[in-house]
Write a new protein. Structure first.
Length: 183
């Protein structure tokens, strides 16, 4: 894909030493990955590559935001992204991933595609629980109407009934009450 071409770093003609690259990651980047949870975002990536005779040491420095859906109200919100990762790219007989941060590429390779690693590192920085800053509190940014709907359909863990059914059963109980007018 044309959008990912800049992420295929040609290092064969580079001298040994430190080389810096800057990328602005946006919506076009995330659109290249079908299963991406991220549709919108703006992230600056500073990439520092140390070229040595037998390997490359690549430092990824991310800073920006992505748009995610809140787990509580389903309304989109901006999640800050700020992280650093280090990767070692060694030269060997074939392509293998020895660990999450060590990759071996063939000796004759003159370029290295970082796009998949950039995508993975951004996703690894996302929180497990995705919610507006106040976790569903009134001033958190959560959709108030959706919070009300969730509350109405929430299940009481002790009884297993929804709040709505508990209200209905309470009303039925009140209807059955008989009051003696003489007392």
């Amino acid at each position: 894909m044309e959008e990912l071409k800049p992420y295929n770093i040609g290092f064969a003609g580079l001298s040994q030493g430190t080389h810096r690259f800057s990328y602005e990651i946006g919506d076009d980047f995330f659109a290249c990955f079908e299963q991406s949870e991220i549709v919108r975002g703006r992230i600056s990536l500073d990439l520092i590559m140390e070229k040595e005779s037998d390997m490359l040491v690549i430092d990824y420095v991310f800073k920006g935001w992505v748009e995610l859906d809140c787990d509580i109200c389903l309304k989109p919100y901006r999640q800050p992204v700020e992280d650093e990762h280090r990767m070692y790219v060694k030269f060997g007989d074939g392509f293998t991933e020895q660990s999450e941060d060590v990759v071996v590429i063939p000796f004759e390779t003159g370029h290295f595609d970082i796009s998949h690693y950039v995508y993975e590192y951004i996703h690894l920085d996302l929180p497990i629980k995705r919610a507006h800053s106040g976790d569903g509190q009134e001033d958190s940014g959560c959709d108030k109407e959706m919070l009300d709907k969730v509350a109405r359909h929430s299940v009481d863990l002790k009884t297993g009934n929804t709040v709505e059914s508990l209200a209905a059963s309470s009303q039925e109980a009140l209807k059955k009450l008989r009051f003696d007018k003489n007392n």
